[in-house]
Design a protein around this ligand. Structure first.
Ligand code: CTP
Ligand code: MG
Length: 231
C-alpha cells in the first residue's frame, strides 16, 4: 500500500519469444522446476509490499497461463498487444479503471529470478521519485564497429537497465499516453523520462538477466536448477 492505494505488479508475458525458439513462447517454459511466469508470480506474491499481480498474455493463452501458474491461484490477466509497450499500456488501462492503484511494478516474464531486495529498493525509491529502475553498470569495454573495430566508447555513466521498473501509477499512465504511437520503446522508464519524470537508479542483480536466446535457458538451469541452488 502507498498512501492508502494498492501497489500492483504487472508481468508482461504476451510476447512470442522468437529469439528463444522452442515449441511454446519462452514465458511458459520451465526453468528450475517452475515456468518463468510462475516464478515471477510467486516472487511478487511473496513480497509484503505487493498487493496484487496482473499478467498480460496473448489472446487465447488463458489455459497456458493457468497451467504455468498452477497449482498456485490464477492471477488476473489482461490481453496484451502487438508490442511490449502496448501490452503494458493495456494492463495500465485496466488498473486505471480499478481506481485504487497508487504504484505499479512493470516486469518482464522473461526475468524469472527476482530478488526480494530489488523490490525493497524499488519501493523505497518511489518515496522520492516518480519511478525507480534496477540497473547494473557496464563492465565490458564498449566500442563501435562493423567488420573491424571502430572507436572505443567510454562506459562511464552507462547502465544495463533491467526490470521490474517501479512507477507511480498516474505518472507512467501519462507517459504512455504522451508517447508517439509509431515509436517503439524497449522499456517504460524511458517514456517517463521523455516527459520529464524523475527516475531513480537502484542496484540491479545478475539474477535478473533476461532469458532471450536458447543458451540462456541452459545457463539459467545450471545456475538455479540444482537442488542446493534453488531459490
Ligand atoms: N512482451 C509482451 N508483449 C509483446 C512483446 C513482448 O508482453 N507484444 C513481453 C515478453 O513476453 C517478455 C517481455 O515483454 O516477457 C520482454 O520482451 P522480449 O524479451 O523481447 O520477449 P519476446 O518479445 O517474447 O521475445 P522476442 O523478441 O525474441 O520475440
Ligand atoms: Mg521482443
Amino acid at each position: 500500500m502507498m498512501n492508502g492505494k494498492k501497489t500492483v505488479a504487472v508481468i508482461v508475458a504476451a510476447g512470442k519469444g522468437e529469439r528463444a525458439g522452442g515449441d511454446v513462447p519462452k514465458q511458459f517454459r520451465t526453468v528450475a522446476g517452475r515456468s518463468l511466469i510462475g516464478h515471477c508470480v510467486d516472487r511478487f506474491r511473496a513480497h509484503p509490499g505487493i498487493d496484487d499481480v496482473v499478467v498480460a498474455i496473448a489472446e487465447g493463452q488463458e489455459n497456458a497461463l493457468a497451467r504455468a501458474v498452477g497449482p498456485a491461484p490464477l492471477p488476473r490477466s489482461v490481453i496484451g498487444g502487438a508490442s511490449r509497450r502496448e501490452s503494458v499500456a493495456n494492463a495500465l488501462c485496466a488498473l486505471e479503471t480499478d481506481g485504487d492503484v497508487g504504484a505499479v511494478l512493470i516486469h518482464d516474464a522473461a526475468r524469472p529470478f527476482l530478488p526480494e531486495t530489488v523490490i525493497d529498493d524499488l519501493l523505497a525509491g518511489l518515496g522520492a521519485y516518480e519511478g525507480a529502475i534496477p540497473a547494473l553498470p557496464v563492465v565490458d569495454t564498449l566500442a563501435r564497429g562493423y567488420d573491424t573495430l571502430g572507436e572505443t566508447v567510454s562506459r562511464e555513466g552507462l547502465w544495463r537497465v533491467q526490470t521490474p521498473q517501479a512507477f507511480r501509477c498516474d505518472a507512467i499512465l501519462s507517459a504512455h499516453r504522451a508517447w508517439p504511437a509509431d515509436r517503439e520503446a524497449t522499456d517504460d522508464a524511458q517514456m517517463l523520462r521523455a516527459m520529464g519524470g524523475s527516475v531513480a537508479i537502484v542496484k540491479g542483480d545478475t539474477m535478473l538477466e533476461k532469458l532471450t536466446h536458447p543458451a540462456d535457458f541452459a545457463l539459467a538451469e545450471a545456475r538455479f536448477g540444482g537442488p542446493s541452488m534453488r531459490i
